[in-house]
Design a protein around this ligand. Structure first.
Ligand code: ATP
Length: 503
């Protein structure tokens, strides 16, 4: 655990320990717990001075000792740090990344580290930041600690400690199991906060408390900003056609559901699938239905949010997204519009370099992945994707999704009419609709069904007829008409690359 490593490094007098985390509070609490007889001071940009920190029953109280209310980091490093108050001290600095872009500050830190190394100064710096920025000049002196997540067993222990401390009656084994699974990916502080909230609202840790835990967790993941926990209502039966893809996913779901048994048998854990194809043909639907079928959470990676504005921020965000997904595993990690995330690879300029590095990070992870994170990547335009991504060993399989064939269109009509007007399904001539919708995508079909139903309602009818939907079809253009040649081109490309047909 982070705490143990932190203690070892402080005891070993490492000059700078850099904790790469989003959870400042949890990191601060851990520092205060492990520093033993060393006092902890904080230099903070907000108050521009130093405060001494102490722990009292885990609560952090700022002790009024202020050295100099206007002490800048530069001044402090030039003169303050050598004062005897800082002997045998831990100096904590949050949000340091910005300062480490300043060569003067870097030089001052280097000088201070030299003094620590030579034994002239007995001080340990602890940087806490969500952005990892290690200047070349300080590499030798910095030891990086990444945020670590609790294992399910450690989470169970946290829950049981909470139960004991609050004299809560019995917690059923099943609830304990489900709750500890739900807490994966959260910090001790977050777990404690949610447990307190659930307990104060429910009075015990039961099924309703578990629901609250799930809702809170969703929010906390949202707040962290890079991953979104998506609710999955869609099931495989809501997808018309794409039988090959559905069958393939069904097999992987079986392996993930019986993971232990499968591994003992020699089956490898699935890595994931890349689903490419034109818009509106069920790629996203498949990502959602996969998670539902596997009975595991769906996390959506938003590449737009991964890209940060500071140097090193994007890589740090990506590392965090991967670590969080691995902590929550088993889960489905959905990377939408993969081509947008990784376009511009290999190009020149700062932006392209960052993208290339992120891409490398993602590939290495995919290649070496041993965790039960099933990646579903979706892409509209495969031509924009770098070929390395398509090499064996990254994804287990690459499928392409075409415009639905007549039989698939029939199923899609049945699904969408059945969802909204099941009473009219038997009376509507679906064959006629199928005939008139050559070149329509699944989303187009859903669109004309919705419009047809709305038409019938506005006309004051009490049922939806074939004609209502046919009129809607006549007033729209198919995706094939809109996209023209590019669809044919794309389909040729998929075939030449020998991707599997999802249908
Ligand atoms: P995009 O690349 O634009 O995100 P996509 O291929 O991911 O497109 P989806 O979001 O899965 O498309 O589809 C949009 C909507 O169209 C779905 O929510 C669903 O209602 C409908 N749809 C598309 N394909 C199918 C299908 N095969 N069966 C049933 N409904 C479908």
């Amino acid at each position: 655990m982070l705490k143990e490593k932190l203690k070892d490094y402080i005891d070993a007098n490492v000059p700078i320990i850099y904790i790469n985390t989003y959870d400042d509070n949890a990191a601060e609490e851990e520092i205060l717990e492990v520093t033993g007889r060393r006092k902890v001071w904080e230099w903070n940009q907000m108050y521009g001075h130093l405060k001494r920190k102490e722990v009292e029953k885990k609560e952090i109280s700022n002790v009024h000792e202020i050295l100099n209310a206007d002490c800048t980091l530069e001044q402090f490093l030039k003169t303050g740090v050598v004062e005897k108050e800082f002997n045998r001290k831990v100096i904590m600095i949050k949000d340091i990344a910005f300062y480490l872009e300043n060569p003067e500050i870097v030089a001052l830190f280097k000088n201070t580290c030299l003094q620590i190394e030579s034994g002239d100064l007995d001080t340990v710096f602890v940087f806490i930041s969500s952005i990892l920025k290690v200047p070349k000049e300080l590499e030798k002196y910095i030891t990086v600690l990444h945020e670590e997540y609790l294992t399910q067993e450690e989470i169970k222990k946290e829950i049981l400690d909470f139960v004991r401390e609050n004299s809560i009656g019995n917690v059923y084994d099943k609830t304990l199991e489900q709750m500890s699974l739900a807490f994966k990916g959260l910090s001790v502080l977050e777990i404690d906060t949610i447990l307190s909230l659930a307990f104060s609202q429910e009075g015990e840790l039961n099924e309703s408390a578990l629901k609250l835990v799930m809702e809170q967790k969703k929010q906390m993941i949202q707040k962290a900003g890079i991953l979104e926990m998506v609710s999955c209502e869609e099931e495989m039966k809501d997808i018309g056609g794409l039988e090959n893809l559905k069958r393939w996913i069904g097999n992987k779901a079986e392996v993930l559901k019986r993971m232990k048994e499968a591994e003992d048998f020699g089956v490898e854990l699935p890595k994931g699938v890349l689903i490419a194809g034109i818009p509106g043909c069920g790629k996203s639907l498949n990502a959602k239905a996969s998670a539902k079928l596997m009975g595991i959470p769906l996390l959506k990676l938003d590449m737009g949010r991964v890209m940060g504005k500071y140097v090193g921020e994007s890589e740090s965000n990506m590392r965090r997204a991967i670590a969080l997904a691995e902590a929550i595993a088993p889960c489905v990690l959905w990377v939408d519009e993969l081509e947008k995330a990784f376009s511009g690879i290999g190009g020149n300029g700062g932006g392209a370099e960052v993208t290339t590095r992120l891409f490398g990070q993602f590939l290495t992870w995919m290649q070496e992945k041993k965790s039960a994170v099933f990646v579903v990547a979706t892409a509209n335009d495969i031509m924009k994707l770098p070929p390395e991504l398509m090499r064996k060993g990254r994804f287990d399989e690459i499928f392409y999704v075409q415009l639905p064939k007549p039989e698939e269109r029939r199923k899609i009509f049945e699904i969408h009419i059945g969802k909204r007007r099941p009473q009219d399904l038997g009376k509507i001539d679906i064959s006629k609709l199928v005939e008139k919708t050559e070149g329509y995508s699944g989303a187009d079909i859903e669109g004309v069904v919705k419009e047809g139903i709305e038409r019938a309602f506005i006309k004051g009818k009490n049922e939806v007829s074939t004609q209502d939907i046919l009129t809607a079809i006549e007033s729209t253009h198919s995706l094939k008409e809109i996209m023209g040649d590019s669809i044919t081109k794309m389909e040729k490309e998929y075939k030449s690359r020998k991707f599997k047909n999802a249908s």
